[in-house]
Design a protein around this ligand. Sequence first.
Ligand code: ZN
Length: 318
Amino acid sequence: MQLRGIHHVTAIAGDPQENVDFYVGLLGLRLVKRSVNQDDPGTYHLFYGDALGHPGTELTFFPWPGGAPGIPGVGQAVAVAFAIPAAGLDYWTRRLRTNGVTIDGPVARFDEEAIVFSDPYGLNLELVAGADTGDRPLWSAWDDAPVPTEYAIRGVHAVAVKETRVDPTGAFLTDTLGFRLAAEAEGRLRFQAGEGGSGALLDLLPQPGERRGRVAVGTVHHVAWRTPDVAEQERWREAIAQRGVSITPVIDRFWFRSIYFREPGGVLFEIATDGPGFTVDEDRDALGQRLILPPWLEPQRQQIEAVLPPVRLPQFVR
Ligand code: ZN
């Protein structure tokens, strides 16, 4: 039994319109589902990804307009890296700078090159070009995307987590979740899920002495890992519970099914099924255009729509 890599990363944003403008208008991801936080239906849950929001391409947000900024620190996922083709480094450097984004790099990262920047609320992002980042299936292309297909983001490449020390998180990753330590350089331990490669990477950054972070605006809320189906998810649930880790029952998120638990360092993890996916309740062409509620929230649509701020998809300039 192997986790297939990152399913999605969920972070907290401020203003939802600013969030859409940045991730759709600038980074060229597609808004594939406009919904609400199922645990707090008066706030949005916005899902970005490739044309269909395939598992492995998704970054999702809970926008908390006017919310307090988070505190970066240990026990947190502190950066989200996206895969881009090697030929895209110059394009993205120009595109980000032209749009007023301050960037560092390209910096060398193992055998890859990364451009480092942050989103409007301080979430650390990276665009990474490596040997295999351009080989990922080009699902990203969607009609009207603002980024030319040849440079488009291919999906989530890696997450970085900060911990006080390598263990117990490192041991939990390898002994319970089946990760393997793949590389180590400059205070960065790279673990890979399953067969590894772009999209299946977790970089652990040991930071002894650094304070614990607090999850709020501009920080990662949780990291979800891929499992093919509910049967395997149930086996993961048992395996993790056997280690004495507190874990939720299987929760139906409608577009996938989820279980949640904390790794020993405190980062919230999820294991999510690959299906059924975002086209289960909308046509491919219609994704992201209107507010979609899971069936059990549909009776409350009027009250929910009344409290959500309007969000418009940006007009694109190539
Ligand atoms: Zn999630």
